[in-house]
Design a protein around this ligand. Structure first.
Ligand SMILES: [Zn+2]
Length: 306
């Protein structure tokens, strides 16, 4: 069965790119609605933006959605991961600016609010996207791949020259609230040299040592250090879940990412949907539904979220 929120949840923060304040209200929505963003600050053009892979444009550092009128919403991946990871299929997300608030650089605030109000089951069948044959994209030594599996699994490898990150690998079956417990509080990370360059170029103006883990060689510069020794690869898995949620339905398959990023996961989805023999939409059997990321999330799991 599909699910939505029991009530509206609200957030105030700043945009990663602009550094400007933004308010976000996530409202319950009807069955089969899907996930849509609404730009309440836009009144002279279509202000509804669907959370779907085919609306993703090219913006560095994050996933940005744009509708046919050119109205966009950026940095959608952490709220998308939170909704998918908590089993919310239908929601209307109102924003009074062009970006989802970055909060502390992960999905923890969103997850806490979703789990606190809880999910409401809806009388509509849940469909999933079953991966039938392997699909892969490769570019400059990076790779992303989907292969058949009974539920959603995420397997990620990263490698950075900075010793504070280095080489990390993690693989998780996303069932039983795994996302909430293992991934939701892992923050975006970046290298000091990159953040300096971005600020010099007027990018990531909302990026601070409090909403990203900033590393420089051996050192973690953000106050309080890391939440997990392998926080970086966990965040990449969080991003992957959020980007995969733009498929429009839960995926039954194994995602493998090697140094992959938002653009590569989007290319992977486009390649999957361009090949009708590689996937099919299936009504979830109870066994399949029980393996989806949002099933089995409990309030007690919040004690494990930083
Ligand atoms: Zn991210």
């Amino acid at each position: 069965m599909q699910a939505t929120l029991t009530q509206t949840i609200s957030f105030e923060g700043v945009g990663l790119h602009s550094g400007k304040p933004v308010r976000m209200d996530v409202h319950p929505a009807a069955a089969r609605f899907g996930i849509w963003f609404k730009r309440t600050d836009v009144s002279d053009a279509d202000n509804m933006v669907r959370a779907i892979y085919s609306a993703v444009g090219a913006k560095p550092l994050c996933s940005e959605l744009t509708n046919d009128a050119g109205v966009g919403v950026s940095t959608v991946e952490h709220i998308m991961a939170a909704l998918a990871g908590c089993g919310i299929h239908n929601a209307l997300i109102e924003l009074d600016g062009p970006e989802v608030p970055i909060m502390d650089g992960c999905s923890a605030d969103f997850v806490r609010a979703i789990v606190e109000v809880g999910a409401r089951k809806q009388a509509a069948r849940l469909y999933a996207i079953e991966v039938l044959s392997p699909v892969m994209v490769e570019e400059n030594g990076a790779m992303a791949m989907l292969t058949p599996a009974g539920g959603l699994e995420i397997d990620f490898h990263i490698e950075f020259p900075d010793a504070a990150i280095g080489r990390q690998h993690m693989a998780l079956d996303m069932r039983n609230g795994t996302f909430v417990r293992e991934l939701s509080d892992s923050r975006t990370f970046c290298r000091k040299a990159d953040i300096d360059m971005m600020h010099d170029n007027g990018l990531a103006l909302g990026g601070t040592y409090h909403n990203a883990v900033v590393v420089d060689g051996d050192d973690v510069l953000s106050p309080g250090g890391l939440r997990h020794a392998d926080e970086a690869v966990r965040h990449k898995m969080l991003d992957a879940l959020g980007d995969l949620a733009l498929a429009g339905a839960p995926i039954l398959g194994r995602y493998t990412g090697v140094r992959a990023g938002h653009a590569m996961t989007n290319k992977l989805l486009r390649k999957l949907f361009a090949n009708p023999s590689a996937y099919r939409f299936v009504p979830c059997t109870p066994e399949q539904a029980a393996r989806l990321p949002g099933v089995g999330v409990r309030k007690a799991d919040l004690a494990l979220v930083a």
